[in-house]
Design a protein around this ligand. Structure first.
Ligand code: 0L1
Ligand code: MG
Length: 255
């Protein structure tokens, strides 16, 4: 079997069985970022062939802290499917994941397609609404350790998303205060400016990167803009709430 297909199958199986697997890059030094995106697509195609539906894209490595952690200067993107949606206010099972973490985020809902080099104004003209959101990230690699190539192949740790109420995208969302609480205790605070200085830059980057892969952001898609704070671990029994100034709160429970 082609080596990229083999990596895609291994990562898809690791996600399906919630069982960690070994990184690719330390064993295959020739593995490139371009190949990693091919593995990501092949792996998500397996999910689509099982009946999952594509619902949009996520941006990752969008904060300076995350870029430094992984040692890169460029954002990455991943693909979202409907099976990753967690209903706001509901409980999700810890058993579905290897070692899940949560990130407070902001989500865009698109009303028009977007692809290629676009200005921030053109990107915003394609946005129907914005919402407070959380991403559940879950690396399929042992010990949540990876290289850039590995994490891209692993669909940038994409695993779940929770979306709050949609609001008017014309508000100034460049520097909104964000509080992440677990069981009523504040565990992280941050600002939407942690996303590339302004979340709209993440949407602009998403349009460019998706076009480089020969795809586009579609009307009706969700775009997860990126993590705002460090990502704490999730454990059964927790109630997790993220509040974004002027946008509202979003919560879920872990069981
Ligand atoms: O959404 C993110 O920024 C996460 C990207 C992958 C890095 C990680 O899993 O922490
Ligand atoms: Mg994220």
């Amino acid at each position: 079997m082609d080596r990229l297909l083999r990596y895609a199958e291994t990562l898809d199986t690791a996600a399906r069985k919630a069982k960690a697997t070994a990184q690719v890059k330390p064993q295959d030094h020739a593995f490139t970022v371009a190949e990693a995106y091919q593995v990501q697509k092949l792996s998500v195609d397996r999910r689509l062939s099982r009946g999952e539906k594509r619902i949009g894209v996520k941006m990752g490595l969008t904060s300076r802290a995350k870029m430094q952690q992984v040692g890169v200067e460029e954002v990455a993107w991943g693909r979202l499917t409907d099976a990753m949606l967690v209903e706001e206010g509901s409980a999700l099972s810890r058993k579905r994941f290897v070692h899940p973490r949560v990130e407070p985020e902001i989500a865009f809902l698109m009303k028009a397609p977007l692809a290629g080099d676009v200005t921030p104004a053109a990107a915003m003209a394609a946005v129907e609404a914005i919402a407070p959101a959380m991403e559940i990230i879950d690396s399929r690699y042992e010990n949540f350790k990876f290289t850039l190539e590995d994490v891209i192949a692993d669909n940038t740790s994409s695993s779940g998303l929770v979306i709050g109420s949609w609001g008017d995208p014309r508000i100034d969302f460049s520097n909104l205060g964000v509080i992440l609480e677990i069981d009523g205790k504040v565990v992280e605070v941050g600002s939407s400016a942690a996303i590339l200085g302004n979340p709209v830059r993440s949407l602009v980057a998403a349009a460019r990167l998706v076009a480089e892969a020969g795809e586009r952001i579609e009307a009706g898609d969700l775009v997860m803009a990126g993590g705002i704070t460090a990502a704490p671990n999730l454990a059964p029994g927790q109630t997790v709430r993220s509040t974004v100034q002027n946008l509202g709160a979003v919560m879920f429970q872990v069981e």
